[in-house]
Design a protein around this ligand. Structure first.
Ligand SMILES: Cc1cc2nc3c(=O)[nH]c(=O)nc-3n(C[C@H](O)[C@H](O)[C@H](O)COP(=O)(O)OP(=O)(O)OC[C@H]3O[C@@H](n4cnc5c(N)ncnc54)[C@H](O)[C@@H]3O)c2cc1C
Length: 453
């Protein structure tokens, strides 16, 4: 069998490895348009901040190791530019020699990932390629930004986009000595009161925040200066701009094909990674995930999902018995300076839009025993269905990873369809350095239960 995999990152390589484990003799070829494979984009903020010194540290595998240990050839600087699904053939461009060739497959795995969403603001190619306009989606972007920050001292930067990537990158600019950091976005990642904790943390670090505004335009003033124009009439002159306005599936080449996609371009897959075209699979940031609370396919570009979907697609292609992808509840975690934030399930607004009978409870409590050194407050917000008492979602902000990782308890509760009264009964661990005797999750559940009566 001949398998072609487009994309050499978590989703593509997980699929390739799963197939190779089952079939030593199948032809597997991975085509990757970039210079790197198997890297964690998640490490980009820490590389730019210089807490990770060398870019190589972000990589798990090199093409040499992959070829030697797993017998999987990876072709770097090879971009797949078209797929003919009827002929089962891909068109590949060698980026270095600018030559093209075709290759046939029995199975195809599309694992092309995502790309920065620049459609949300009116931005020309000239601005996008300005040397002081940065994106942070790939290692090439990260290298360019770090090189710039370490060679060109700048006073200020405007970060457009207040999702988790925008928030994580602020710390990197501060670490690189940028004094004035302005963050622009609709909200601070959460759409609830939990935002206030993030806002306080940003203010502690003198970050200037412009919320509930939209960027109308970015203009070039000179080689070294840009102007960001907002829809409230404000213009901000800055030394550099970061665009982190969200992620879109990198599936433009399939726009006019028969591949089924969501309106944003996410390839619709089933629980084994199969698309609507026979023997064509997709996985990771270019594909959909089934949301088990919203009960529909959504787009959620996160690394654990890419790894799992890639592995399942690979095992299914290989004909190995594999459990179907169980879907997602929407769990994510991120850090804003010294505040550790996490969410799972759906937010209050999402729950209202989905017409649940929504209730919510927000508590603040000590993260660990009050007398233990450095005890500080954390917050837990539970979102639930008032009619059935089922948990729908949760948000946490905490002074350490200890508190934020409690989100996994609530993600598990969601997976188990627990009600608030089930969460109240959980036997959670206790000792003073780890938690108060009443864990904040139990306190939140107790108060939620009272609110339900
Ligand atoms: C700054 C940043 C921080 C992040 N932090 C986190 C985090 O903390 N936690 C988390 O869960 N997720 C995080 N993510 C998301 C995570 O990195 C992605 O979910 C994950 O990388 C998706 O893997 P993938 O293999 O689907 O896609 P990608 O990693 O995007 O890989 C796709 C690959 O396909 C290649 N490709 C694309 N088109 C073609 C083509 N036509 N021909 C050949 N090759 C092609 C690309 O060059 C790329 O190497 C972060 C992302 C970024 C950018």
């Amino acid at each position: 069998m001949k398998v072609i995999i487009i994309g050499g990152n978590p989703a593509g390589l997980s699929a390739a490895s799963a197939i190779r484990k089952a079939h030593a003799d199948w032809d597997i070829d991975v085509y990757e348009k970039g210079e790197y494979i198997s890297y964690g984009s998640c490490g980009i903020p820490y590389y730019v901040a210089d807490s990770v010194k060398k870019i190589d540290k972000l990589m798990t595998l090199t093409p040499e190791i992959l070829e030697k240990k797993r017998k999987i050839p990876v072709h770097l600087f090879h971009e797949v530019t078209n797929v003919d699904f009827d002929k089962k053939q891909v068109l590949i461009k060698k980026l270095e020699s600018r030559t093209e060739f075709t290759k046939n497959y029995d199975y195809l795995v599309i694992a092309v990932g995502g790309k920065s969403n620049i459609k949300k603001i009116n931005i020309t190619d000239k601005i996008l390629h300005h040397p002081r306009v940065f994106r942070v989606h790939t290692l090439e972007h990260a290298k360019k930004l770090k090189q710039f920050l370490t060679s060109t001292p700048i006073e200020n930067v405007v970060v457009i986009g207040s999702g988790y990537i925008g928030l994580e990158m602020i710390e990197a600019y501060e670490a690189q000595g940028v004094k004035n950091i302005i963050l622009i976005g609709p909200r601070l990642n959460f759409d609830s009161k939990s935002q206030e904790f993030i806002q306080k943390e940003l203010e502690k670090h003198h970050i200037q925040i412009r919320l509930r505004v939209r960027v109308q335009n970015v203009e070039i003033i000179s080689e070294n200066k840009l102007k960001v124009v907002l829809n409230n009439g404000e213009s901000i002159t800055t030394d550099a701009v970061q665009l982190s306005i969200g992620v879109l599936p990198a599936t433009d080449m399939f726009r006019n094909s028969k591949l089924e996609m969501l309106p944003n371009g996410a390839i619709v897959i089933d629980e084994f990674g199969r698309t609507n075209i026979e023997n064509v699979y997709a996985a990771g940031d270019c594909a959909t995930s089934y949301h088990t609370i919203l009960k529909k396919n959504i787009y959620l570009p996160l690394a654990p999902i890419a790894n799992k979907q890639g592995r399942i697609a690979g095992e299914h292609i290989a004909g190995k018995p594999t459990d179907p992808f169980g879907g997602v509840v929407g769990t994510a975690i991120f850090k804003v300076f010294d505040l550790y934030c996490a969410r799972t399930g759906i937010s209050e607004n999402q729950a209202k839009s989905a017409e649940f009978d929504v209730g919510s409870t927000l508590i603040t409590n000590n993260e660990i025993a009050h007398y233990y050194p450095n005890a500080q407050k954390m917050s837990v917000m539970l979102i639930y269905d008032r009619s059935t008492h089922h948990l729908l979602g949760a948000e946490i902000t905490a002074p350490s990873p200890l508190g934020a990782k409690k989100i996994d308890v609530l993600a598990t509760a969601l997976a188990a369809h627990m009600k608030i009264e089930d969460i109240q009964k959980l036997d959670l661990s206790y000792a003073p350095p780890f938690a108060p005797v009443w864990d904040p999750i139990l306190i939140a559940a107790n108060i939620a239960r009272k609110n339900l009566k």
